[in-house]
Design a binder for this molecule. Structure first.
Ligand code: ATP
Ligand code: MG
Length: 333
């Protein structure tokens, strides 16, 4: 079956290595075989930046430049802007009446985020309900496949619940269910070793990082605190440098050999870090170069986003119209 793909990111900062291995590489590969749309989710970016919309606005073209830099081709992938697609907001309002607050509060990813942000009862209503707006995004494009990181699995589950509820209320199959597509590295830990590399945790290596920043990031990385002398046996599990080598180094057999050497003793942290640093420099150098080439041509970036958003507008309006009609609310057409 021809797959329809919807994926995207919040423009709350530059994209990072977690995005790269967690979903961007897959998106680049999928452009050849599927019909793919990438949504720059600026409205969703506002859910925890309501009082600082400039931060979101300023990152829209940054994120677009990141896409082009990693090899997303606007001729083959539609790239569009959420806030210019009112049908997404319309669908969000319909769906919001089919999802309970307790269901939203049970979402494990949102729960962790709420705790991390220390919102308490001051949580913005938009933040608690952002999974509903994601359901609107996915269904508005009739997506069947959604390339995401692991933290997004509860959102896909909720989306499919919404699909079933809408179809039940409508009495027919108006919407289609989707499935997630995880990458080989569904959750890259932060460079500080924390569970996830993420913009809001401030533990990222961004795609535009320069050589010195990459060097510094690797230097700071956590290895095995008990590996004091080179000849001591070292631990691979939980060793962030190895986690990154697993994620980025192309020759798996070589990494397996390094792990054996490290466990046995005799492999220095400094050598391990040098291998990782070279690997990350090689991965990021062409991306940084392409990024620098595209970022200054604002007119071209705007034109790419405008034409993608126009295509998406027709598609999303058609779905919103169909949902509305299936509820019998098309009294005025
Ligand atoms: P924020 O902290 O503002 O939520 P983020 O760094 O989590 O930002 P998002 O824009 O929320 O980035 O995530 C966009 C997509 O990238 C999602 O599919 C998410 O699962 C994926 N992703 C983000 N961080 C990682 C990571 N560390 N490993 C794998 N996938 C990731
Ligand atoms: Mg996130």
């Amino acid at each position: 079956m021809h797959q329809k793909i919807l994926t995207g990111d919040r423009p709350t900062g530059s994209l990072h290595l977690g995005h790269y291995v967690g979903s961007l590489m897959q998106r680049v590969a999928l452009q050849d075989t599927a019909s793919q749309t990438i949504l720059i989710a600026d409205m969703q970016g506002l859910t925890d930046n309501g009082h600082n919309p400039r931060k979101v606005a300023d990152n829209i073209l940054n994120v677009l430049a990141d896409y082009l830099a990693v090899g997303i081709d606007p001729e083959r992938t539609v790239i569009c802007l959420q806030s210019s697609l009112p049908a997404l907001a319309e669908l969000t309002m319909y769906y919001a009446n089919l999802v309970s607050v307790s269901r939203l509060e049970r979402n494990p990813t949102v729960k962790t985020e709420i705790a991390g942000k220390q919102f308490g009862r001051s949580i913005p209503a938009g933040f608690l309900s952002y999974p509903i707006s994601q359901a609107a995004d996915i269904t508005a494009f009739r997506a069947t496949l959604v390339p995401v990181g692991e933290d997004q699995l509860p959102m896909i589950e909720l989306t499919n619940e919404v699909v079933r509820k809408v179809n039940q209320v409508a009495g027919k199959a108006v919407l289609i269910e989707c499935r997630p597509l995880l990458s080989k590295v569904p959750r890259l830990p932060g460079m500080d070793g924390k569970a996830k590399m993420s913009k809001s945790l401030g533990n990222t290596i961004t795609l535009g990082s320069d050589e010195a920043e990459i060097r510094q990031a690797v230097k700071m990385m956590y290895t095995d605190p008990n590996h004091v002398r080179i000849e001591d046996p070292g631990t691979v599990e939980g060793n962030v440098v190895f986690t990154y080598l697993d994620a980025f180094y192309p020759d798996e057999a070589y990494i397996q050999q390094l792990k054996r050497d490290y466990r046995h003793g005799g492999l220095a942290d400094s050598r391990l870090k040098k291998i990782l640093e070279e690997c990350l420099q090689e991965t990021l150098s062409p991306i940084r170069q392409r990024r620098a080439e595209v970022i200054d041509d604002k007119a071209r970036l705007i034109s790419i986003l405008r034409s993608g958003t126009e295509k998406a507008r027709l598609e999303t309006e058609a779905v919103a119209r169909e949902v509305k009609a299936s509820f019998g609310l098309d009294v005025l057409g």
